[in-house]
Every structure is written in structure tokens, then in C-alpha cells.
Design a protein around this ligand. Structure first.
Ligand code: SAH
Ligand code: SF4
Ligand code: F3S
Length: 375
């Protein structure tokens, strides 16, 4: 028996697919890269931008043929798209050949649902609202020398453009001891060089449970573990990157000197509309502190162009910031309207042509900066 997984979205989803793979391996399935021959096909979806959703819809639609050829094939759709009730209902109605639909919160139920489907031959739509941390799920790691480790789930920030807090729920930190145990197990296999800690906003680790300590404490405790490994983490929110964190990074050789610090915009007006809770000045000050204590630190960022209300002056401010900071990498996105978010209803929505122009301008700027840096 064989399975095939298609993963969209962020590292969180990549790691969740490893957990899905772990569950399927435990049930006796093995991986195949051929969806034609797979007995189970899993689509692990992302909802961050419209494009990601459209692609998933198109690709799920294309499975109809495969199901015709082999009606016993089990098709599962899960992830952030299906954590939204209205979307999972739409998929259930539109694609009668999809057998099991479940949200990110139901992953631990996957084995039970597959068995249920095989026994009763009925389609299943499963939806859980609450985020619950389920420990001890099996995991079949697929990212080479890197091992992903979740430290927290969910997000409390409600940036006005973002769907994540609606699909992933509120912040829940894992217990520090569970994280340390998982890392000890990973290190003891001698198969991994890097450990990447995952969370939508790793800097707020422990805010929901003050018995666990801060993110800086957690990093220090991980560095104190025996063994040869390198440590990195994503994503850091600029509003709560602490001095303690910077000094723990500086002091520990195990921590890779790199940070992904999404700025989103170089305009204070836009940052406020985005509800990012920091100013450009605060952000620049953080970069200064990071570079003062670690002169060769690699800094990367995310930028959204064409957020509602962004005019040429705002966009120029973003370009000026990019020129000043000279990032080591930029992920630039065109703003995408997400249903149910605050920005969806904002005035001043920017047309697609302008967004396109701005994103290309920014990417060219990044290329020029990289060329200059390379000299
Ligand atoms: N939690 C992380 C990032 C999560 S999403 C953080 O806060 O930094 C990854 C990136 O997708 C974001 O940094 C943002 O730049 C982009 N993004 C999120 N929602 C978007 C939307 N509606 N349109 C375009 N880009 C978006
Ligand atoms: Fe989305 Fe903002 Fe949370 Fe990141 S911090 S996941 S951008 S709401
Ligand atoms: Fe996408 Fe969900 Fe990640 S919406 S970016 S897969 S948290």
C-alpha cells in the first residue's frame, strides 16, 4: 500500500506533512512519488493567498480522472484551507471524489478516519474548532539534514491582511520539556545537522503559559543539550524581539547567525493599517542591534506590496528601507484579499497592475543590492 502527499504553504505545513507521513507509515503505507499508483493521496493545503487556494482547487479537480481509473483510491484534503468551515464545505460539495476532508486541528484523527472510510465507504467531513496540542504523533522526516520542531501553534497578532489567526487559532506553546525531549531524540539519531524551531511568532513562546519561560530561555536550554547540532528558528515578529534573544544568539555557537524578520512595509502609515504594532524606527533599531552584536548576521524579510491605502510615497519608503538595510533575501508578495480579515473591507484597494509593477520593482531592487554586495 502506497501514499502520496502534495504540500502547499509554509514550513509549518511541510512539517505537518511529515506527521501525516508518520501516521501513514505506522499504518503500513510506504511513500510513492507517483500519484497514479498511490492508494492514498493527501493534499495538505495553504490559505495564505488567493493564488495558493486557486492552485489547490485546480489540482484537486484534476484528481477526478485518477479516481475514475481506481475508485478505491482514497483522496484526503487537509490543512489551512479546510480548517475554514465554509471552504471545507465547498470542497465537499464541489468535488464528490474527495473522500476525507479535515482541518489542521484534526490531524491526530487521520488514522481513525481512514479506517472509517475503508470500513463504511462513506465520505467524511471532519471539523474541529479548537487548537489542541497533541503530543507523541509519529513523524517521518523528509527534509534531509534539517529537522523541523514545532515550539508553538497558532497566532494572536491579527495582522489585518492575514488569514492565519483564523485558521490556526490562538497561540499555544508546547511544554518546554516535550520540546527538549524531541530534540534529544533527534540529536541521538546522528542523522540531522540542523534543527529549525517553528512557530508563527517564535518570540512570543511562553506568553500563554508563564511556567515555560521565554523564547530566549528555551534557546539557551536547547543549546545546553549535549551533541553536535546547529539551531535556527522562524518566524520572528519585530514587535517582541528581545535583547535577551539577541544576546543568547550571540553567545551560543550552536545558533546559526541568521534571522528572518518580516518588515511587511517601510511606511508607518501602512504598518499601522496592517496592525503590525511597531514602527519603521523600531525595526531599524532592531537591525542595528542585531548587526552590532553579530556583524555578519544574515537577515531576510517578507514584504507585502499593494496593501489597501499604499500609495507611491508609501511604496517609495519601503524601497528606501530595503536600500538601507540591504537584506540577504526578500520574499515579496502582492497583497491578496482574504475573506473574513479586517483589510478585506478597507478603502483604497490597489489594482493588480500597480501591485505587479511594485513587486517587480522590488525584486529588481533586491537583485541590484545582491549584485552590489557580491562585489
Ligand atoms: N507569521 C509570520 C508569517 C506568516 S505568513 C510573520 O508574521 O511574519 C508569511 C508571509 O506571507 C507574511 O510575512 C506576509 O508577508 C505574507 N502574507 C500573509 N498574508 C498575506 C496576504 N493576505 N497577502 C499577501 N501576502 C500575505
Ligand atoms: Fe499572520 Fe501576522 Fe500572525 Fe504572521 S504574525 S501569522 S502575518 S497574523
Ligand atoms: Fe499557509 Fe497555513 Fe502556513 S495558511 S502559510 S500553510 S500556516
Amino acid at each position: 500500500m502506497q501514499y502520496h502527499i502534495v504540500t502547499y504553504g509554509c514550513q509549518m505545513n511541510v512539517h505537518e506533512s511529515e506527521k501525516i507521513a508518520g501516521i501513514l507509515h505506522n499504518m503500513g503505507y510506504t511513500y510513492t512519488d507517483q500519484r497514479e499508483s498511490a492508494d492514498i493521496i493527501v493534499f495538505n493545503t495553504c490559505a495564505i493567498r488567493e493564488g495558493a487556494e486557486d492552485r489547490a482547487f485546480g489540482n484537486i479537480g484534476a484528481l477526478k480522472q485518477l479516481k475514475k481509473q481506481n475508485p478505491n483510491k482514497i483522496i484526503v484534503v487537509c490543512g489551512c484551507m479546510t480548517q475554514q468551515k465554509q471552504v471545507s464545505e465547498k470542497i465537499f460539495k464541489t468535488f464528490p471524489f474527495v473522500d476525507i476532508i479535515l482541518g489542521t486541528n484534526n490531524l491526530h484523527l487521520l488514522e481513525k478516519l481512514i479506517k472509517q472510510k475503508i470500513t463504511y465507504k462513506k465520505r467524511i467531513l471532519e471539523h474541529l474548532e479548537s487548537t489542541n496540542v497533541v503530543e507523541g504523533l509519529p513523524c517521518f522526516r523528509t527534509s534531509g539534514k534539517n529537522a523541523w520542531v514545532n515550539i508553538m501553534y497558532g497566532c494572536n497578532n491579527f495582522c489585518t491582511y492575514c488569514i492565519v489567526p483564523y485558521v490556526r487559532g490562538r497561540e499555544v506553546s508546547r511544554k518546554k520539556q516535550d520540546i527538549l525531549n524531541e530534540i534529544k531524540d533527534i540529536v541521538s539519531t546522528n542523522q540531522y545537522e540542523t534543527i529549525t524551531l517553528l512557530g508563527q511568532n517564535v518570540n512570543s513562546y511562553g506568553n500563554d503559559d508563564n511556567t515555560q519561560g521565554t523564547f530566549a530561555n528555551l534557546l539557551q536550554d536547547i543549546c545546553n543539550l549535549e551533541g553536535n547540532f546547529k539551531l535556527t528558528f522562524m518566524t520572528s515578529h519585530p514587535k517582541d524581539l528581545s535583547d535577551d534573544l539577541i544576546s543568547v544568539m550571540k553567545e551560543n555557537d550552536k545558533i546559526i547567525k541568521e534571522i528572518h524578520l518580516p518588515v511587511q512595509s517601510g511606511s508607518n502609515k501602512i504598518l499601522k493599517l496592517m496592525n503590525r504594532k511597531y514602527t519603521v524606527e523600531h525595526y531599524e533599531n532592531l537591525i542595528k542591534k542585531l548587526r552590532t552584536s553579530m556583524p555578519n548576521i544574515r537577515i531576510t524579510t517578507d514584504i507585502i506590496v499593494g496593501f489597501p491605502g499604499e500609495d507611491e510615497i508609501d511604496f517609495n519608503q519601503t524601497c528606501e528601507l530595503v536600500k538601507k538595510i540591504k537584506y540577504d533575501g526578500i520574499f515579496a508578495f502582492m497583497y491578496s484579499k482574504r475573506s473574513g480579515t479586517v483589510a478585506e473591507k478597507m478603502d483604497g484597494q490597489v489594482d493588480e497592475e500597480t501591485k505587479n509593477k511594485r513587486v517587480n520593482f522590488l525584486l529588481n531592487l533586491e537583485r541590484e543590492i545582491k549584485e552590489q554586495k557580491g562585489k
